[in-house]
Design a protein around this ligand. Structure first.
Ligand code: SF4
Ligand code: SF4
Length: 189
């Protein structure tokens, strides 16, 4: 259930990756040819995150933040559909959304028969530093909600940071842990 059309973002991220020429970069480090070196970018159109963004070097997840903008008839459909138990009905009158539990999947918006729930804001959550291998790490959230342009800029800056600090073909997470998360986050400004 996509909440964002990611076609344009995907194309722009591909352009950034092509321009970055990471293959040439790895070769310039004089690394062993027998090992495979990677910088993975995954894009998920919704918070179900089927594309495994949490184990990507750079991951982007579509977000649709619900907002109550119309008259609610207290039917409870939004409560039923929410897999996160994020919605309660206030005094049997209108939904209250617990933002700590809500993952911005937009499912409640789609089922509301009165169109009382609508997309308040939409965009992308951005994560970095995920990897599998012998020492797996889950990616960390670096931005909660950005637009397409900012997501592309963050990818560009992340690759620049990676190329400036990677010496042995190690994955982004290892580079960040060596240099420090503060330095990485500063490089994104
Ligand atoms: S957006 Fe998804 S997680 Fe958030 S309240 Fe609606 S159904 Fe629940
Ligand atoms: S689905 Fe819409 S009309 Fe029904 S309780 Fe939720 S907000 Fe109200």
């Amino acid at each position: 259930m996509a909440v964002m059309d990611t076609e344009s973002l995907t194309q722009k991220c591909q352009n950034v990756l092509e321009k970055a020429k990471l293959g040439d970069f790895f070769r310039s480090l004089g690394l062993k040819q027998s090992k495979r070196y990677r910088f993975r970018v995954y894009i998920a159109a919704c918070p179900n995150a089927c594309t495994q963004v949490h184990i990507a070097d750079f991951g982007v997840i579509g977000q649709a933040i619900p907002a109550l903008v119309g008259d609610c008839n207290a039917c409870g459909s939004c409560i039923e559909v929410c897999e996160e138990d994020a919605i309660t009905l206030f005094e049997d009158r209108f939904p209250l959304i617990n933002t700590e539990y809500c993952v911005n999947c937009g499912a409640c918006i789609k089922v509301c028969p009165k169109n009382a729930l609508q997309i308040g804001e939409c965009g992308y959550k951005v994560l970095a530093g995920g990897k599998l291998g012998r020492h797996p790490r889950l990616a960390k959230k670096i931005f909660s909600l950005v637009d397409e342009e900012k997501a592309v800029k963050l990818l560009e800056k992340t690759i620049n940071f990676y190329k400036e600090n990677c010496q042995h073909g190690e994955r982004l997470r290892i580079v960040i842990e060596k240099v420090g998360w503060d330095s990485y986050l500063s490089s994104l400004k």
